[in-house]
Design a binder for this molecule. Structure first.
Ligand code: AMP
Length: 516
C-alpha cells in the first residue's frame, strides 16, 4: 500500500509551537484594550487553547467546514487566535480591512457569504450597521458568548490542503474588491519558503508592523508560529512605538511598507541614545519599491539588515526576495543599497516570466485558487496557466526582477491599495462632475497620494473641498483624493481609453521610480 499523504494545513504551525514551546510567549499584545482582560501576554499553549475554544464555539453554532467567518480588527492577540481557530478546523477566514466604511464591510460580508462576523470593540460604533447571522464583539462578548474553553473541537476529519483557508478582499482594477481565495497549501508553502529565505529561527522575535488582514500581514505569522517565534503586536503604527518595542522585547524581524520604514527613520532622528536593534534586526520591506537612499539609511543609521520582497495578495504573497548574498558583503554601501532596491530573485519554487507586453507572470504553489465567485476574473488572471500580476517588470542579466510600472490602475497610498476606478465612480456620482481620472502622485509621506483630475459639467460649479468632502462621505478616508485639479479635457486614446501612465507622467518626472 502506498504511504498515506499528509495534507498541509494551517493547523500544522500552531500544533508544532504548542508541542515544542508551550510555555514560551506566543503573543505580546500591549498596550491596548486587551491588556486589562489579562491578554497582555499569551503563551503558545494558551494561544492554542484559545484557538480551540473558538473552534469549539463555532462547532456549537453549527458552522460547517468551508463556511466563512469574517473578522474586522486592528492587529491583536484576538485576531491571531481567529487565524488559527477559524482556518485550522476547515472554516474559511475572511479578514477585512478595518479602515473600510460600513457599506464596504457589508459588501464583503455579503459577497463572501460570511455567517459569523467578529468585530474589534474599537469599531463597535463605526460598524454598528453591519450585520451577519452571528455577530460578536471580540473580547468580553465573544469570550462569554462564543468561546468554549476546555471543549475539544470536532476534528476536521479529512483535511484538504486544496481547500480555501482564507479569502482576502483586494482592490484591483474593478470598482468592487475581489475575494482572493488562498488555500491551505498556498499558506503552507509561503510560510516555509519565507522562513527559509529570511532565516527565521526560534531565537527570533517578530513585530507585526503590517495589518494582519493584508497578504504580508497574514502570510508571515504562520512561519513564525511554526518556529515558536513570539508575535509582538502593535495596533497603531508609529515609528517611535516600533523602536520602543524593538528595545523592550528584543524584536529581530519585522515586515514594513516603505511608509513605515520612513517613519522609523524619522523616529530614530529624535531617539535618545543608541537606536535599538543594531546588527540584530532585519526589516523586510514590501508593497512598493523603497528609494535606494532609504535602504542605505536603514543600514547605516540603524544598522538593520534590509530585505526587499515582492508579491501580491494573490500570491500569498511571496514571489521574489532580495536579500544580500554573501558574495555581496564587500560592496560599498551605496552600491549595495542600489542592488537591494530591485524587487529580487524568484523565491524557491517560484517561476517568473515577463510577457511580450512587459507584464510579470508567475507560476508557483503560492498562486491563488481563484477569485471568490468571479469565474471570469479568475480565468483572466490565470490565463495560460500563469498568474498575471498586472505589474510591469524587467528581468536583468543577473536574474533580478525590477518592477517598472503598474499596469493596473491601483494606487498604493500608505501601504493601502486603492482602486482608482472606485474613487472615480464615487466622483462621477457628484452632479457637477462630467469626466474624471484618478491617479497616484508622489508623496513623501505616503509613497503615493490620490489626485483627481476633473472636468466639470457645463454650467456646473464645484470646489476642490466640496469634491473631497463628497468622497469622504462615500468612501474610506484613505481612499479619498487629497487634491483635485480642474481640467478642460482629459485626453483619451482612439478607443476611448484614458492612458493613466500619460497623466501620471508630469508628476513623476525626474524621480527615481515610476511607481511607488
Ligand atoms: P497587495 O495585493 O496589496 O499585496 O499589492 C500588491 C501590489 O503591490 C503588487 O501588484 C505591486 O504593484 C506592489 N508591490 C508589492 N511589492 C512590491 C515591490 N517590492 N516593488 C514594487 N511594487 C511592489
Amino acid at each position: 500500500m502506498a504511504p498515506m499523504k499528509v495534507p498541509f494545513t494551517t493547523a500544522d504551525f500552531l500544533a508544532r509551537a504548542e508541542l515544542a514551546y508551550p510555555h514560551r510567549t506566543g503573543v505580546v499584545d500591549e498596550p491596548g484594550p486587551f491588556q486589562d482582560g489579562g491578554l497582555g501576554t499569551l503563551t503558545y499553549g494558551g494561544l492554542a487553547e484559545r484557538a480551540r475554544a473558538l473552534a469549539a464555539g463555532l462547532d456549537e453554532l453549527g458552522i460547517g467546514r468551508g463556511e466563512r467567518v469574517a473578522v474586522v480588527s486592528h492587529n491583536s492577540a484576538r485576531l491571531l487566535e481567529a487565524f488559527y481557530g477559524v482556518c485550522s478546523y476547515g472554516r474559511v477566514l475572511v479578514p477585512i480591512n478595518f479602515r473600510l466604511s460600513p457599506a464596504e464591510v457589508t459588501y464583503i460580508v455579503e459577497h463572501s457569504g460570511a455567517t459569523v462576523l467578529l468585530i474589534d470593540p474599537e469599531l463597535k460604533d463605526t460598524l454598528a450597521s453591519v450585520s451577519a447571522k452571528h455577530r460578536f464583539l471580540l473580547g468580553e462578548e465573544s469570550d462569554a458568548a462564543l468561546l468554549r474553553p476546555g471543549v475539544a473541537p470536532v476534528p476536521w476529519e479529512e483535511p484538504d490542503e486544496d481547500a480555501t483557508a482564507t479569502i482576502n478582499y483586494t482592490s484591483g482594477t474593478t470598482a468592487r474588491p475581489k475575494g482572493v481565495q488562498i488555500t491551505h497549501r498556498n499558506i503552507w508553502v509561503n510560510a516555509v519558503t519565507f522562513a527559509l529565505h529570511a532565516g527565521v529561527t526560534d531565537r527570533d522575535v517578530y513585530l507585526h508592523t503590517l495589518p494582519m488582514f493584508h497578504a504580508n500581514g497574514w502570510g508571515m505569522p504562520y512561519g513564525m508560529t511554526g518556529m515558536g517565534v513570539p508575535h509582538v503586536v502593535i495596533r497603531k503604527i508609529d515609528g517611535a512605538d516600533i523602536l520602543r518595542r524593538v528595545e523592550k522585547y528584543g524584536v529581530t524581524v519585522m515586515c514594513a511598507a516603505p511608509a513605515v520604514v520612513a517613519s522609523i527613520l524619522e523616529a530614530a532622528q529624535s531617539w535618545e541614545g543608541e537606536v535599538p536593534g543594531r546588527d540584530t534586526v532585519r526589516v523586510i520591506c514590501a508593497g512598493a519599491p523603497p528609494p535606494s537612499r532609504t535602504i542605505q539609511r536603514i543600514e547605516e543609521e540603524l544598522g538593520w539588515e534590509f530585505i526587499q520582497i515582492y508579491g501580491l495578495t494573490e500570491t500569498s504573497p511571496l514571489l521574489t526576495i532580495n536579500r544580500r548574498r554573501a558574495e555581496e558583503d564587500a560592496l560599498a554601501p551605496e552600491e549595495a543599497a542600489k542592488r537591494l532596491a530591485r524587487a529580487g530573485m524568484p523565491a524557491i519554487g517560484v517561476k517568473i516570466s515577463i510577457s511580450d507586453q512587459g507584464e510579470v507572470l508567475a507560476r508557483s504553489n503560492v498562486v491563488l485558487e481563484g477569485y471568490w465567485e468571479q469565474p471570469d476574473a479568475s480565468a483572466e488572471a490565470l490565463e495560460g496557466g500563469w498568474f498575471h500580476t498586472g505589474d510591469g517588470g524587467v528581468m536583468d542579466d543577473e536574474g533580478y526582477l525590477t518592477i517598472s510600472d503598474r499596469r493596473k490602475d491601483v494606487i498604493i497610498t500608505g501601504g493601502e491599495n486603492v482602486s482608482s476606478i472606485e474613487v472615480e465612480d464615487c466622483l462621477f456620482n457628484h452632479p457637477a462632475v462630467a469626466e474624471v481620472a484618478v491617479i497616484g502622485v508622489p508623496s513623501e509621506k505616503w509613497g503615493e497620494t490620490i489626485k483627481a483630475l476633473v472636468v466639470l459639467a457645463e454650467g456646473a460649479a464645484a470646489t476642490e473641498e466640496e469634491l473631497i468632502k463628497h468622497c469622504k462621505a462615500g468612501l474610506a478616508g484613505y481612499k479619498s483624493p487629497t487634491s483635485v485639479e480642474f481640467r478642460d479635457a482629459i485626453p483619451r486614446t482612439a478607443t476611448g481609453k484614458i492612458q493613466k501612465f500619460k497623466l501620471r507622467e508630469q508628476y513623476w518626472q525626474g524621480l527615481e521610480r515610476k511607481v511607488n
